[in-house]
Write a protein that binds this ligand. Sequence first.
Ligand SMILES: *Cc1c(COP(=O)(O)O)cnc(C)c1O
Length: 431
Amino acid sequence: MVGVENDGNAAAFDRAQKVLVGGVNSPVRSFNSVGGVPYFVREAHGAYVTDVEGRAYLDYVQSYGAVILGHADPRVTKAVSDAASLGTTYGAPTLGEVRLAEEIASRVAGVEMVRLTSSGTEATMTAVRLARGHTGRHKIVKFEGCYHGHVDALLTSAGSGAASLGIPATAGVEPSVVADTRVLPYNEPPELDESIAAVIVEPVAANMGLVPPDPGFLEELRRRTSEVGALLIFDEVITGFRLARGGASTFFGITPDLWTFGKVIGGGLPIGAVAGPETIMSTLAPIGPVYQAGTLSGNPVATAAGIAVLDALAEPSYAMLSGRAQQLAEGLQKVISESGLPVQIPRVGPLLGIFFTDTPVRGYREAVASVSRGVYPKFFHAMLRRGIALAPGPYEIMFPGLGHSIDDIERTIDIASAAANEAREAMLSRG
Ligand SMILES: *Cc1c(COP(=O)(O)O)cnc(C)c1O
């Protein structure tokens, strides 16, 4: 092939670093925490991504959960091209927005109204503003290691990219902006009082690796927030329509006051949503006093993609997703343990994570302690060299989707066995 060398990943990375900070547009895509040259994606189909050198990888990143049906699902690409051919944005309402909002409300008990945004970050930012505006209170509670997008007030000890890069709270956020944010340990029910506007939580923490809620944790949050009149916000940007047809609130049978969604509901296009009962949602402009807006909010191409995805997700899809994740979790736990590496593969329904440690991880500090052993980068590269793409950071989870076949999962487990042995040897020779 002509020009393969010049157009390979290394050349792309060189070019990228000159014009994009760190060569990326989101730090979680950077290879900084694992080292090496990132693969630049040319195209993706189903469970596979292909890089600019023509190499295919079985992909567990799946755009960090934005893709659930597999890449380039024909139902989604058709919806996108049909919608785009009719115009890509108007600045006037469309029936697509109504349809997507109706779909969300019909799946999630307690959701009556929806405000669409262009990202999950905008959704959590709006939810916090709405909670403060609705309650007239200032303080918010978040949990250590939970990531709620790059909202200033919530970038305090966040997980995901911030944690991978070892920045617990980022430069550029003024102390005054986080002065009303309390950061408390996940899985420990907090003491609350009547100064609290809202408690925001990932019902399954999925940005510090995967940390399931302890039995009773979410129930206790629901009880304690109600007691003091604070709003409970479930940040379901990952769990929404992935954990179950109705997301985490359905899965756990707990109804928060507000929900935030993103990722899955855009079918791979930029989107987010805040949702809740009319009593709270109508505090938003143009009905209520809390301002919120967006030129591209409810974009017709994104809503068409989102509707196509939700239409394709029926009840049996979730049994299938969980089944794949279970197969993968059990296989990984077995073969990695056999290599002699300590490992935990926590799983909740279709979500699974990987920690190289002997003991279950219940919160951020334990997640950091397990990551500090340094096994993940070795395992990551051993997998990547064998054609399996995990996220290039130890705090991300794996996203087996409907594009992954049973054979794909079996192959992953076989390869993980070899990769774990290699990582184990690398750890031993490091001393
Ligand atoms: C990804 C994520 C966000 C932010 O969504 P963006 O679309 O990246 O802005 C918020 N909350 C959670 C739980 C997420 O995983």
